[in-house]
Design a protein around this ligand. Structure first.
Ligand code: FMN
Length: 401
């Protein structure tokens, strides 16, 4: 177990996390959030893996109902089992000790944070996007702060898959925490090529496909927005490896459900949702686009309602596990995503402000479950989903302004 060291705090929010030395931490919260959040799940669980009581309510709610709202007997936090299987179709291949992961592009290769975070206590690490050849990324400026979030246009700066295998995989192989390699490419061959190299490498526990990349052979249309392309790249990668395979959905689509279903049918073990939303910023001095690449990806609390909606839709459309990403910075955020059908969450942008957020959520989730007499967080999964899951929507888009 690594010891934590106090972090130097400077404001990294409007700086490029990939330029210069890492500046960890922003402002630590003056007061820690409560160990347990209030509010109890209201409806029956819609996720097949969820463990619910005889009434169909999560255990805490069931007990609340039986005792007329009196306190549920507390369990000892150490007997709460937060483990979750992200690849049930490949038993035992990707079982996380807890459902709090760190998101790709916000935690480097895990090594960078080793001095300040006990990485071994995380559920899993999704490393930086990795491509076949090294990439320098986009021209600066590459990040800017936005209301309740940030825009980034890092452009997949990375040393390439060979360097990742040589430099980082041997270190990961000595860790208990699974490291999932986030893979990007510009063609199906690119993706399959990277994954073929990663297949069987000790230290690589799984693959997360970043399909929010332009498909050069199809006029630059992103794989993630085209159902057939998303399915084709998933199938090609599935063919290239039997490593647990997570595919990361883009929010920049009209209806995510058919895309999610096509990816599931093509062999994904789990879905992660969501990647950043497309956005731009204007330099108020020059009145020109601020980012060197003009377009950037919006992340942070600003995208949470969108991500929640997508998780809610996807969880009803597929049978494989869904991992939620988008503005998670507290236990309450994670609980919302569980209610919407996610079995695990990833923390991204919040890490730049406070690298301790993921482990704080783990500890608070354990305490939350213990206080409600829950042996696991799984009864909390899917409580907000409709009673009859998979009901086809005739509307496609549920919200009309
Ligand atoms: C600086 C930065 C770099 C990112 N790089 C990647 C990447 O390489 N691959 C990827 O799939 N997602 C990448 N993402 C997206 C995040 O993994 C995550 O999906 C998104 O930021 C939403 O989560 P958040 O609001 O918690 O940050 C990046 C995000 C940020 C902020």
């Amino acid at each position: 177990m690594k010891r934590k060291r106090s972090v130097v705090t400077s404001s990294p929010r409007v700086r490029d996390p990939y330029l210069g030395p890492l500046r960890l931490g922003l402002r630590r919260p003056r007061t820690r959030p409560q160990a347990a959040a209030s509010g109890s799940p209201a409806a029956s669980s819609g996720w097949p893996g969820a463990v619910s009581g005889e009434s169909g309510l999560p255990a805490a709610s069931e007990a609340d109902a039986r005792t007329g709202g009196r306190a549920v007997p507390a369990a000892r936090p150490e007997i709460v089992d937060l483990s979750v299987d992200l690849a049930p179709r490949r038993p035992g291949r990707l079982v996380l000790q807890n459902p709090v992961m760190v998101a790709s592009g916000t935690f480097g290769y895990g090594i960078e944070y080793g001095e300040v975070v006990d990485v071994e206590r995380l559920g899993a690490i999704c490393c930086k996007g990795t491509t076949l050849k090294p990439r320098l990324g986009n021209p600066p400026p590459r990040v800017t702060e936005t209301p309740a979030g940030m825009l980034n246009s890092i452009g997949l700066q990375n040393p390439g898959v060979d360097a990742v295998i040589e430099r980082y995989a041997p270190l990961w192989a000595g860790w208990q925490v699974p490291v999932i390699v986030n893979v990007a490419g510009e063609s199906i061959d690119d993706y399959a090529g990277v994954v073929r190299k990663l297949d069987g490498v000790p230290g690589v526990a799984g693959i997360e496909l970043n399909i929010s990349c332009p498909n050069v052979g199809r006029g630059g249309l992103q794989f993630a927005v085209d159902r057939d392309a998303a399915a084709a790249v998933t199938a090609a990668v599935r063919e290239a490896t039997d490593l647990p395979l997570l595919v990361k959905l883009s929010p920049n689509v009209t209806d995510i459900r058919p895309i999610a279903q096509a990816i599931e049918a093509a062999g994904a073990d789990a879905l992660t949702a969501i990647n950043t939303l497309s956005g731009i910023a204007i330099d108020r001095r020059t009145r020109k686009p601020l980012l060197g690449n003009v377009y950037g990806g919006l992340s942070g609390p600003a995208i949470r309602p969108v991500a929640l909606r997508i998780v809610y839709e996807v969880a009803q459309a597929v049978d494989i596990p869904v991992v939620a990403i988008g503005g998670v910075s507290s236990l309450e955020d994670a609980l919302d995503y569980f209610a919407a059908g996610a079995v695990a969450v990833q923390v991204g942008t919040a890490i730049f402000a406070d690298p301790e957020v993921p482990l704080r959520i783990v500890d608070e989730l354990r305490a939350y479950c213990a206080e409600r007499g829950l042996a696991s967080h799984l009864p909390l999964v899917g409580t907000a989903l409709p009673a009859r899951p998979n009901r086809p929507s005739s509307k496609g888009v549920e919200y009309r302004p």
